[in-house]
Ligand binder design. Structure first.
Ligand SMILES: [Zn+2]
Length: 274
């Protein structure tokens, strides 16, 4: 075997299947005693995860809520395709480093199951990103490090939806939501995590929130021909949180949103909670 081929095989051996069924999803664990060879620039990638987070990420073990304020020693990478184009970095806290590789892989499976990350499904190659654009004036700014755009007519006060949402963000009540939003979550998973954290926050205006799903022409793809999309509502407003990790969160009137998104089959989300 040639040297190059041998090296490639060694590097490939670092990637373990996440599921027993055949999907391209693989995981690789980097520990001080066994650093990865196939992710050479991983130090920079990990540092980026911490540097780009306004709110500290939390340990990916769902049973643990430790915040990760400094770069940790143990990292796990998830590869969603064979080309290493889509690497996801997850970190555990110093306490959870004691778990074995198999236990850590188990945590990723639980995370996938609980948050509906969709890792066990094929990543759609032709998915269209849902991208509503505000046709009218609005306020644009940053709340707790997150860019937010709010529909707001001239001389109109900022809506309660934006005030309540920004209050939750600023008081650090949406940590898991923010971590997921920066990462791999799809709209359904992001909305679900928001709902769980909202329920935990026990704010008085909780009953004014609603969680809806519908079909949008903008979200249709070969893999999802009906274009299912999920979003958050507050009174007569929509909080669109899941149309791309780098896109601002948009808060706009329900009627504006429904017509922009060309929504049909709108219904309340009813799903099993924890
Ligand atoms: Zn932990």
């Amino acid at each position: 075997m040639g040297e190059a081929k041998r090296k490639r095989r060694l590097m490939e051996a670092e990637w373990l299947p996440l599921f027993s069924v055949d999907t391209p999803v693989r995981v690789a664990i980097s520990r001080p005693s066994a650093r990865l060879k196939s992710v050479p620039d991983y130090e920079a990638k990990v540092a980026h995860v911490y540097a780009s987070a306004e709110e500290p990420p939390i340990c990916f073990n769902l049973a643990c809520n430790n915040e990760l304020r400094t770069v940790q020693d143990v990292h796990m990478f998830i590869r969603t395709d064979n080309n290493q184009n889509n690497l996801i970095c997850l970190c555990v806290c110093a306490e959870c480093e004691k778990y074995s590789d198999n236990e850590l892989i188990g945590f990723v499976r639980i995370l996938n199951e609980r948050s509906g990350l969709g890792l066990d499904r094929q990543v759609p190659g032709t998915a269209i990103r849902v991208e509503p654009e505000l046709p009218i004036g609005g306020w644009t700014g940053t709340i707790a490090g997150i860019p937010v755009t709010v529909e707001c007519k001239k001389d109109e006060e900022i809506c309660d939806a934006a005030l309540v949402f920004s209050d939750l963000l600023e008081r650090g009540k949406l940590k898991r939501f923010l971590s997921l939003r920066q990462g791999i979550g799809n709209c359904h998973a992001i909305v679900r995590v928001f709902r769980e954290e909202l329920e935990d926050s026990k704010i008085p205006s909780q009953h004014r929130f609603a969680f809806r799903r519908g079909c949008s022409v903008l979200a249709q793809s070969a893999e999802d021909p009906l274009g299912y999309h999920s979003w958050i509502e507050f009174d007569d407003w929509v909080i669109e949180v899941a149309h791309g990790a780098l896109q601002p969160i948009i808060i706009l009137r329900k009627e504006t949103y429904y017509s922009l998104m060309q929504l049909t089959n709108i219904h309340d989300i009813r799903e099993r909670m924890k």
